[in-house]
Design a protein around this ligand. Sequence first.
Ligand code: HEM
Length: 229
Amino acid sequence: MIPLSRALESSIGRKFVMSISGIALVLFVIVHLLGNLTLLVPDGGVAFNKYAAAFEDLGPFLYVIEMGLLAVILIHIFWGVTVTLKNRAARKKAYKEGIKTKGGPSNMTLLSANMIFSGIFLGIFIVVHLWHFRVRKVTEAGKIYVEGQEMTNLYGLVVEAFQHPGWVAFYMAAGLVLGFHLRHGFWSAFQSVGAMKPEWSGAINAIGMFIAVLLAIGFLGIPLYLFLM
Ligand code: HEM
């Protein structure tokens, strides 16, 4: 039996970790977008604030979920950077030894270059985003009474942010970049976990494209709509 650490270090193991963490993150962004769609309900924020309050009601369990999510994000980033660096080093070594590779010594494939740059942008976005809404929910959001119950006015915080063209542009860019990242990520995730059969490739490609386009439209559409409203 190969020890777990060695198995995870292998190229297949690393791809597997990327795929499973990536799929978990896709599920998170789908749920996140569905929840954010309540921002569009024309009720002055009642639906969105109630939705956010439902999470608060989870109490300490919410922190457990948040820490789990953070761990998955960090694993995905750490492994993504490691895989890219190792692939690059292998390509350089192969070039030096005169073994033919698809690109030159420092030429990453277009796909991996795309994934690492869109990934870096999304990593920066998440740090800014967590401060912008998650931290400021605690430090800056006011309170509001909804049906006699006191709640955090997260709706007010979000709507105020999207009155500023700079924030709208930043979030719209994130929606677009997320779409590109998922478009390629979805495809390679299913290739890696071995779920891919040649006869399924067309369908998997189409599903990946469909999810990527829907998420991009949703995430870039919400800030734009709230800005123009
Ligand atoms: C229309 C665009 C978006 C809006 C309006 C939005 C809104 C929010 C809000 C209000 C929160 C705080 C929730 C709370 O503490 O109750 C939040 C948390 C979060 N968002 Fe977004 N978000 C958007 C896009 C994204 C994107 C594109 C990603 C990922 C790439 C993302 C990842 C996260 C994460 C990881 C959290 C922390 C979850 C938690 O701590 O519970 N968001 N978002």
